[in-house]
Design a protein around this ligand. Structure first.
Ligand SMILES: CC(C)(COP(=O)(O)OP(=O)(O)OC[C@H]1O[C@@H](n2cnc3c(N)ncnc32)[C@H](O)[C@@H]1OP(=O)(O)O)[C@@H](O)C(=O)NCCC(=O)NCCS
Length: 173
C-alpha cells in the first residue's frame, strides 16, 4: 500500500523557501562539520545559497533543517546539503523538506532529479529516487578534499602556480 506522506511530519515543523529566513551561521556550522563538505568556507556556503533554491525547516520559528536544489528550473535538479539537526531527527522533518522541494512550482516537469548520499537512500526512496540504472553512463569530477588546508606545493589540477611558471621561464633563459 502506498504511504500517505502528509502524515509523516508533526505539524510544528514548517518548511520555507524564503531565502531571507535562512540562518546562514547555522547552515555553515553544520556543513563545515559534515562528511561531504568538511571545512567549507562561509563565503562558499553563501555563494551556493545565493545560486540555489533553498529550503529551511523551522521549529517554533528557529531553523532546524536545510536543503537546497541546484537547478536550471527547466530540465534538471540536484538535491544537496540536506540535514536536520540531531535533536529533531526521526520526526518527519526531512520528509517534509523533500516534499516541499519536489512540489516547488519552479521544479515541475523536470527530466531528471539527482542526488548523492552516503547512507540515507531509504529516505529518498520514499520519494521515488532510485539508484542509477546505468552508472557507467555518468561521469564526475569529484574533489572531496577541496576545503582542506592546502599543503605546501599542492595545486588545483589543471592550474599551474605562478611560481612554477616563473621557475619554468627562468629555466628557459
Ligand atoms: C538524513 C536526515 C536528513 C534525515 O532527517 P530526519 O528528519 O531524521 O528524517 P525523517 O524523520 O523525515 O525520515 C527519515 C525516513 O527515512 C528513513 N531513512 C532511511 N535511511 C535513513 C538515514 N540514513 N538517515 C535517516 N533516515 C533514514 C527513516 O527510516 C525514516 O523513515 P520512516 O519514517 O519510515 O522510519 C538526518 O538524519 C540528517 O541530517 N543526517 C545527517 C546529515 C545527512 O546524512 N544528510 C543526508 C545527506 S544526503
Amino acid at each position: 500500500m502506498k504511504r500517505d506522506h502528509s502524515k509523516d511530519a508533526k505539524p510544528e515543523y514548517q518548511v520555507s523557501a524564503q531565502a531571507r529566513r535562512l540562518d546562514i551561521g547555522l547552515i555553515h556550522e553544520f556543513l563545515r562539520g559534515s562528511h561531504w563538505a568538511k571545512n567549507i568556507p562561509r563565503s562558499v556556503v553563501v555563494r551556493a545559497i545565493r545560486n540555489s533554491i533553498c529550503f529551511g525547516v523551522f521549529y517554533m520559528g528557529r531553523q532546524i533543517g536545510f536543503g537546497r536544489v541546484i537547478t536550471d528550473r527547466a530540465t534538471f535538479a540536484h538535491v544537496a546539503d540536506v540535514f536536520v539537526l540531531p535533536g529533531h531527527r526521526g520526526r518527519g522533518a526531512a520528509q517534509l523538506l523533500l516534499r516541499a522541494m519536489l512540489g516547488h512550482r519552479q521544479l515541475q516537469g523536470l527530466r531528471r532529479w539527482m542526488l548523492a548520499t552516503l547512507d540515507a537512500h531509504g529516505l529518498y526512496k520514499k520519494f521515488g529516487f532510485v539508484p542509477l540504472s546505468r552508472p557507467e553512463s555518468h561521469m564526475t569530477i569529484h574533489r572531496p578534499d577541496i576545503y582542506q588546508k592546502k599543503k605546501r606545493g599542492a595545486e588545483t589540477p589543471g592550474k599551474t602556480s605562478k611560481s612554477k611558471i616563473q621557475t619554468r621561464r627562468s629555466l628557459k633563459f
